[in-house]
Design a protein around this ligand. Structure first.
Ligand code: AMP
Ligand code: TRP
Length: 328
């Protein structure tokens, strides 16, 4: 009964990649038994940049399917679509009214994304972290398991919660980010100095969770290495270090075991064995994904149950907030 609460979100975009899996989803699956969990496909965050409606609909379904396929289960976790629970938008508005614009101007992800979007920067993109704070605060969340890039957003969420509590009395629990010790920032294969991402132009940079085995082999084969020979973990050798880190995460071996194993072997060996280990990790996930999205209505039924459960909890919190502010 007194399990701590975990909340995390994932955008409704195609091309979920190994970084999303190793930095976030895999940890959600492994942690779920210890906590009371809410995992949310954040479709309202996704529309902060332009989306084609049919593609968006398909992507929402794809991402939700991948979460279940990765091993998140209804007995331990509530999985739902953000826009199905209206409390998220409502609380975001109320938090908007106490969040200084200056706090949002400091968000590095906004700076990066708005540079890319140039003349299409919406108010929603600027406000993105406030909606994220609403997601987290509605569930009295203790822990937010995310990749390193989300740390600043979780800290902002704490600041917003503190400001609200100071002004209106204790309502919100202050959450902590959980960044995995390894895997919080998986790097690109061809450009290992940048994090692995979804972008379409750099397809060879990322391994997507639904890539076929041959695509995985081909991408890893092309991955950037260096002119050294020794296969060792060394952050200064970003390409090889990233391949070894991915190997560590998918095989769950220790760094020492891995270095011993590859002693005297070539980069070709490393790449071949890494590809097979990644395929071995992703194949069962892909198989389950095909099964549960193949059966009509199965996924939708799980998501409806998830939304009902989430709504019950979120509405209780939202009512408290309205009362504190003087709107009820
Ligand atoms: P997104 O798909 O952007 O909603 O991200 C979903 C989760 O994956 C978040 O917790 C991110 O921090 C995490 N994530 C995204 N890219 C990476 C990466 N390259 N390495 C580790 N974690 C990542
Ligand atoms: N901003 C997160 C990302 O891009 C997704 C997200 C939305 C989230 N709401 C959240 C993550 C709440 C953790 C908690 O990855």
């Amino acid at each position: 009964m007194d399990k701590k609460t975990v909340f995390s979100g994932i955008q409704a975009t195609s091309n979920q990649h190994l970084g999303n899996y190793l930095g976030a989803i895999k940890n959600w699956v492994e942690m779920q038994k210890q906590y009371d969990n809410y995992f949310c496909v954040v479709d309202l965050h996704t529309v902060t940049v332009p989306q084609d409606p049919d593609t968006l609909r398909a992507n929402i379904r794809e991402v939700a399917g991948l979460l279940f396929a990765a091993g998140i289960d209804e007995d331990n976790s509530t999985v739902f679509i953000q826009s199905h629970v209206k409390a998220h938008s409502e609380l975001a508005w109320l938090l908007n009214c106490i969040t200084p614009m200056g706090w949002l101007h400091r968000m590095t992800q906004f700076k990066e994304k708005s540079e890319k979007a140039k003349d299409e920067v919406s108010v929603g993109l600027f406000d993105y972290p406030v909606l994220q704070a609403a997601d987290i605060l509605l569930y009295d969340t203790n822990l937010v398991p995310v990749g390193e890039d989300q740390k600043q957003h979780v800290e902002l969420c704490r600041d917003i919660a503190q400001r609200f509590n100071y002004r209106y009395g204790e309502v919100f629990v202050l959450p902590d980010a959980y960044i995995p010790p390894v895997g919080g920032r998986v790097m690109g294969l061809s450009n290992p100095d940048k994090k692995m991402s979804k972008s379409e132009e750099k397809k060879d940079d990322s391994i997507f969770l639904l890539d076929a085995p041959d695509q995985i082999r081909a991408k890893i084969k092309k991955a950037t290495t260096d002119s050294h020979r020794e296969i060792k973990f060394d952050e200064k050798r970003s390409g090889v270090n990233n391949l070894l880190t991915i190997y560590q995460l998918v095989t769950e071996k220790t760094r020492d075991q891995i270095e011993d194993h590859f002693a005297g072997k070539s980069y070709k060996d490393l790449k071949e064995q890494l590809a097979e280990a990644v395929i071995e990790t992703l194949e069962p996930l892909q198989q389950r994904y095909r099964e549960l999205t193949g059966e009509k209505g199965y996924l939708e039924a799980m998501l409806n149950r998830g939304a009902k459960r989430a709504e019950a909890r979120a509405e209780t919190k939202l009512r408290q907030v309205y009362e504190k502010i003087g709107l009820r």
